[in-house]
Design a protein around this ligand. Structure first.
Ligand code: ASP
Length: 280
């Protein structure tokens, strides 16, 4: 069993040691808790649980603490990909829920697997998901000062379970100050993808990630016979060609774990049951 999680790209890691430490502590706590959960649950169930924990931590830009869009509203996006069943579930620009990834998971009972905007929110309500305001004072202050936040990051988890199945989940509050209605990569297969051979979760500039289909591209290269490391190298080479800005974590079916970023500022953690590695 293997697990990797990330706390996003747009971090204060370099400038603010306190935030960096707090994020590392949060990642450590969450990956250990998530790995515990993985003992009894499938990868597909576990990535939802872990991303919920990350969404609850206001240090990250997902769920509670999400960034605010240009019109003052928080719109969140999240997705899950079950590598075993090869099904993708997502919500884009959902509002007023505590756990966007939970709503994506509810779509497992539907034929329709990706919902967007107001109708995604309405669907959540119909499913009994309570109204919740994910804004925190810090994000409101940043919004009022019309400043972009630099202290938060998208979250993601990739897990390989005891059966050898992979899954990935990613959740975000977006870039902050975007045009309302903008689509984040985190709710698409460009930012979050898994198959029987590999799972990948991305963070960074959604437009760049979508332009090179980063997550699905890496997974496809592994399927086509490249090592995980080489698949990442090629994916990030394409990103460089467009001067893109992103980071990603990935696990293959043999249990190899890898990460890469275009700029060294992604916070993430990896755990194989014995060794816990904290990055950044
Ligand atoms: N990828 C996210 C987006 O563009 C932002 C991030 O990863 O921080 O919406």
């Amino acid at each position: 069993m293997r697990m990797m999680i990330h706390g996003g790209f747009f971090t204060e890691s370099h400038t603010d040691p306190e935030t960096k430490l707090a994020k590392q502590e949060a990642l450590k706590r969450i990956i250990l808790q998530g790995y515990e959960w993985l003992q009894q649950h499938s990868a597909a169930e576990t990535v939802v649980k872990v991303v919920e924990l990350l969404e609850d931590d206001a240090l990250f830009n997902a769920g509670t603490g999400s960034q605010i869009q240009r019109d003052g509203k928080v719109r969140m996006s999240a997705s899950i990909m079950d590598g075993h069943t090869r099904k993708f579930y997502g919500v884009l620009n959902i509002e007023g829920v505590r756990h966007p990834v939970r709503v994506a998971a509810l779509l497992k009972q539907e034929e329709d697997r990706v919902l967007g905007g107001e109708m995604a929110t309405e669907y959540a309500r119909k499913q009994g998901i309570e109204a919740y305001d994910p804004r925190i004072p810090q994000r409101i202050q940043e919004f009022e000062a019309k400043q972009k936040s630099h202290g938060t990051g998208t979250v993601g988890c990739v897990a390989l379970d005891a059966q050898g199945y992979l899954a990935s989940a990613t959740s975000t509050g977006g870039k902050g100050f975007e045009i309302p209605g903008r689509i984040s990569d985190s709710g698409t297969t460009a930012g979050n993808f898994a198959s029987p051979v590999c799972g990948v979760s991305c963070t960074g500039v959604g437009e760049d990630i979508v332009s090179v289909a980063l997550a699905s591209g890496i997974v496809t290269r592994v399927k086509d016979g490249h090592s995980l490391k080489e698949a990442f190298r090629r994916g990030f080479e394409e990103l460089k060609e467009i001067d893109g800005f992103a980071g990603a974590i990935g696990i293959d079916h043999q249990g190899n774990m890898w990460h890469q970023d275009s700029h060294p500022s992604m916070v993430f953690a990896a755990y194989d049951g014995e060794t816990l590695t904290l990055f950044q």
